[in-house]
Design a protein around this ligand. Structure first.
Ligand code: CMC
Length: 391
């Protein structure tokens, strides 16, 4: 002891230098390469944000067209990967399928696994961004027993994803611009978030020289946990379970009770001790999207009332617990028609942009080393082995 700094949960350890994302948790500020998240969410597109994160600057029109075209050239999956899905149970959680299928990509795209070659790294990054919607839509299709749909590159990135998810071969699928815009906004809001647990996982896995597909699969596995990306699924399930604003005090009391492991899902954040700026955008978007789609969901009323009561409760005030990105996203995703099991998959799809951008940044860093934390040893001191008969 004394030799290493003990920092469980890495609350005060900077693991890297990064120029991608800036967070001021006390002020509730989130910037991607300097641009405020609310401006990006309201005015930009997911493809533009992906370009920004990967290439440092916003693209001009030509650069954006070229990037979008390049991504569209990689949307198909190797045909044999479709057979991979059939090995899963129909009731498999789609995140379990995502971990498996994304990890398996490295067995199909050998020509983009040499991480010392910047060209191959970029191709792998484009492949991952392009194939995630196809992989995610196929996970959904498999669960509902409908045929997989091939990508349609005449559509936008997000429109193509919606069609592959909700379209069927028997009918023409019209992309609803309201849904497309809402989905794109959700993707932007999830694109990157500094050194969160899954991004740190991707960096740690990548620091050993592991191939990018395997690293992103590791990120997906980490994201799945309910304290991280799995919270969007858990939050909507919780809101549905609460069911009516009258029952909120009961759940608030449970969240405050130290003997009850229950937490308000979609509340609290390691870094934000103020409103999560992404939650602000989503709170507004939830009302707009439901209005435009003509949907009235009592879950939104429950969410609003829960937020109101929690924010005026001394426990939440003292601990600086505010709604996070996962609190309102589920209301919108559910209005679009996604089952809750798909929520974290959508998070993974969008965060793939941040993961590959962070991974590229790490590999290009001349100071990059294998990530190898140390420990404070708490086990026995040295002792002599005793044969089993004498123990
Ligand atoms: N409900 C009730 N109490 C809470 C909550 C909550 N949602 N979050 C934190 N607390 C309490 C916690 O019990 C602790 O109290 P005490 O100091 O008395 O022991 C205190 O607040 C600090 O919590 P912590 O667990 O030490 O803080 P952390 O920074 O390690 O955890 C967190 C952050 C996000 C894991 C946590 O707030 C949480 O579990 N929230 C619910 C799950 C959730 O919404 N996760 C999504 C995070 S945002 C984006 C993403 O990654 O998906």
């Amino acid at each position: 002891t004394g030799k290493f700094t003990y920092d469980p949960g890495f609350t005060s350890t900077a693991s890297c230098e990064s120029g991608l994302t800036y967070i001021d948790g006390d002020a509730g500020v989130l910037l991607h390469r300097g641009y405020p998240i609310d401006q990006l969410a309201e005015q930009s597109s997911f493809m533009e944000v992906a370009y920004l994160l990967l290439n440092h600057e916003l693209p001009n029109k030509d650069e954006l067209d070229k990037f979008t075209y390049t991504i569209s050239r990689h949307t198909m999956l190797h045909e044999q990967l479709a057979t991979f899905y059939r090995g899963f149970r129909r009731d498999a959680h789609p995140m379990a399928i995502m971990c498996g299928v994304v990890g398996a990509l490295s067995a199909f795209y050998h020509d983009s696994t040499d991480i010392t070659d910047p060209q191959q790294r970029m191709i792998a990054s484009h492949r991952l961004i392009a194939k995630m919607p196809t992989i995610a839509a196929m996970a959904y299709k498999y669960s509902v027993g409908q045929p997989f749909l091939y990508p349609d590159n005449s559509l936008s990135y997000t429109g193509n994803f919606l069609r592959m998810t909700f379209g069927v071969p028997a009918e023409e699928y019209e992309v609803d611009p309201v849904i497309e815009a809402a989905m794109d906004k959700i993707f932007i809001l999830h694109a990157d978030h500094e050194q969160n647990a899954s991004t740190s996982t991707v960096r740690l896995a990548g620091s050993s020289g592991a191939n990018p597909f395997a690293c992103i699969a590791a990120g997906i596995a980490c994201l799945w946990g309910p304290a991280h990306g799995g919270a969007n699924e858990a939050a909507l399930n919780m809101l549905r379970e609460i069911g009516h604003p009258d029952r909120i005090p009961e759940y608030i009391a449970r969240a405050k009770n130290k003997d009850d492991p229950f937490r308000l899902m979609g509340f609290g954040h390691r870094v934000y001790k103020n409103f999560d700026p992404r939650a602000k955008v989503l709170s507004k978007a939830a009302t707009e999207v439901l209005d435009k789609l003509g949907i009235s969901d009592p879950v939104l009323d429950t969410a609003r009332e829960l937020e109101r009561i929690a924010l005026s409760d001394q426990y939440f005030i003292d601990k600086k617990l505010y709604p996070n990105v996962d609190f309102y996203s589920g209301v919108i995703l559910s209005a679009i028609g996604f089952p809750t099991t798909m929520f974290t998959v959508l998070f993974a799809l969008a965060r793939t942009v941040g993961w590959v951008a962070q991974w590229n940044e790490m590999i290009s860093d001349p100071d990059q080393k294998i990530g190898r934390p140390r420990q404070l040893y708490t086990g026995p001191t040295q002792r002599d082995y005793v044969p089993v008969g004498q123990r």
